[in-house]
Design a protein around this ligand. Structure first.
Ligand code: ADP
Length: 491
């Protein structure tokens, strides 16, 4: 049962510091994936609401950009404390709104508090360089300035982290933000951030959140893309949506950071510590029931260890507790909604029809899908090609490390990878051959820390999230020269 005391019954837009319904008065019901109960009635916003939010962010920009680094720092440090104080309540909300189990909720809360504390110092980072000029008497500098309004579009799966990283660093760099959370997580991926930053002292309008009904994201997204006050967009979600967004952004010459789908490989070489690789692979494939963009989707096994790995892995996978995400021991909770569940079912069935074999799992138990392991999956099966957001992983035997790298790279995607070998040096050499934005040697792909440059290659996206690199995308460099005395011109 949802704890009504800790769960908001309504999720309103947060615009210019006010909590308001949508301009049309429409709402939609956001249901809990496990209980099926209404978690909240959320504002069903459209382009008008987005415009108001962008106007609010635009108005708040000069004031927030001019706020001293020390004042900004205190806002983020206070926000981290507030988030920690509310951790129990947020854990419950993540379970109720998104089906997140206790472990993954803690991962999110820890990331979000660390993110806020790291971002707190961004205002004190040096903002420029003095560049020597060949023009005598000219002093030249390059200065980083905030860009203005940043629009952020985030998904539901790691709602607290993925919305948090979309707005915290941009704000810390002096920008203002309009956030559009997923229709599946308007609270934990949306207005919760407003509540926390509001209480921490962020001025009204610096962060605005607009929610929307299922199927209506484009109304808000299109306004964000076309509105001239929005100077940058960051997007985390599927490659299909990201591609459409990038096409439109091109028309408006608007820069976008895109963090998109993955089809992440995990390579187990013959000399790997097999017990460790099995534990790691089970975590990497099935954490948050496989609904993390970083999850291992394809595991390549060198032939000499393939049979042994498969036996031990199947035993481990079959032992994973499935069910209510509010029970602390649950590993495999519900899939986010019935459409996502149907897609997993369809893709597994298609793979089996095309010749794949099920090692374990493969039959839905709504709202859950059991952890499922497939072998002999033909390349033309959808599940071999497209990211499938659920607890399904493919095993494939390879003859060598080189073949594993070749197969791993034989994908449109390039987000994250893992390589298991006792020869760490060789692991690093192989990492350099992988076409992924992130590689872990002797670890599985589901890792993130706010200071790390996070992002993909190929169809997994452009740009990087990360405190250390945020200024590249969320500030503007201005070249400024000044002279004390007139210079001579040739005519
Ligand atoms: P996922 O399958 O992870 O939900 P999506 O790409 O569908 O991936 O969703 C990621 C985010 O993109 C969500 O916030 C969703 O509402 C948003 N989104 C979906 N369609 C559009 C669109 N046409 N314009 C802008 N945002 C969109």
């Amino acid at each position: 049962m949802i704890d009504r005391e800790v769960v908001p019954g309504k999720t309103l837009h947060h615009i210019a510091g006010e909590w308001i319904g949508s301009a049309t008065g429409r709402e939609y019901e956001n249901r809990s994936p496990w209980t099926g109960e209404v978690f909240s009635w959320a504002a069903a916003g459209d382009a008008d609401d987005a415009r108001r939010a962008i106007e609010a962010a635009h108005s708040a920009f000069p004031g927030w950009a001019a706020t001293s680094p020390g004042v900004r720092q205190r806002v983020f440090l206070r926000a981290a404390d507030i988030l920690e104080r509310r951790a129990g309540e947020i854990r419950s909300a993540l379970a109720a709104e998104t089906g997140s189990g206790a472990h993954f909720a803690d991962v999110q809360i820890n990331f979000a508090t660390t993110l806020l504390r790291q971002a707190a110092h961004l205002g004190y980072e040096p903002v420029g360089q003095v560049i020597p000029s060949d023009v005598a008497g000219t002093r030249a500098v390059a200065v980083r300035r905030p860009v203005g309004v940043v629009a952020a579009i985030a998904p539901w799966n790691a709602s607290l982290i993925l919305s948090g990283r979309s707005l915290v660093a941009p704000l810390a760099l002096g920008n203002t933000v309009v956030l559009k959370p997923s229709e599946e997580s308007p609270f934990t991926g949306g207005t919760l951030w407003s509540e926390i930053l509001d209480e921490a002292g962020l001025p009204p309008g610096a962060l605005n959140v607009v929610t929307h009904a299922p199927g209506e994201a484009g109304l808000i997204g299109d306004e964000m893309l076309s509105n001239p006050w929005v100077r940058r967009i960051n997007f985390t979600g599927s490659t299909a949506t990201g591609r459409r967004l990038a096409e439109k952004a091109g028309r408006h010459l608007k820069r976008v950071v895109l963090q998109l789908s993955g089809q992440n490989p995990l390579i187990v070489l013959a000399d790997a510590d097999l017990d460790y690789a099995v534990e790691a692979a089970a975590y990497g494939a099935f954490v948050h029931q496989g609904q993390v963009c970083l999850c291992a989707r394809r595991i390549f096994l060198e032939r000499s260890i393939a049979a042994e790995f498969t036996t031990r892995f199947a035993a481990k996978v079959e032992s994973l507790p499935t069910g209510d995400p509010r029970i602390p021991g649950t590993v495999i909770g519900p899939v986010i909604n019935k459409w996502a569940l149907a897609l997993i079912e369809r893709r597994v069935e298609e793979a089996v029809r095309l010749g794949a074999k099920l090692i374990t799992g493969g039959t839905a138990n709504p709202p859950c899908y059991p952890p499922t392991v497939l072998v002999d999956v033909p390349d033309d099966a959808e599940i071999a090609q497209a990211e499938t957001f659920g607890p399904v992983v493919i095993l494939e035997t390879v003859e060598s490390a080189e073949q594993a790298i070749h197969r791993a790279n034989d994908s449109d995607f390039g987000l994250a990878a893992g390589i298991f070998t006792r020869d760490t040096y060789r692991g690093q050499e192989l990492a350099a051959q992988l076409e992924t934005g992130i590689v872990h040697v002797n670890d599985q792909p589901v890792n993130d820390e706010p200071q790390m440059p996070f992002g993909g290659m190929k169809d997994s996206g452009w740009g990087r999230f990360g405190i250390g690199v945020a200024a590249e995308d969320f500030s503007e460099i201005q070249w400024v020269t000044s002279r004390h005395e007139p210079r001579a011109f040739p005519f």
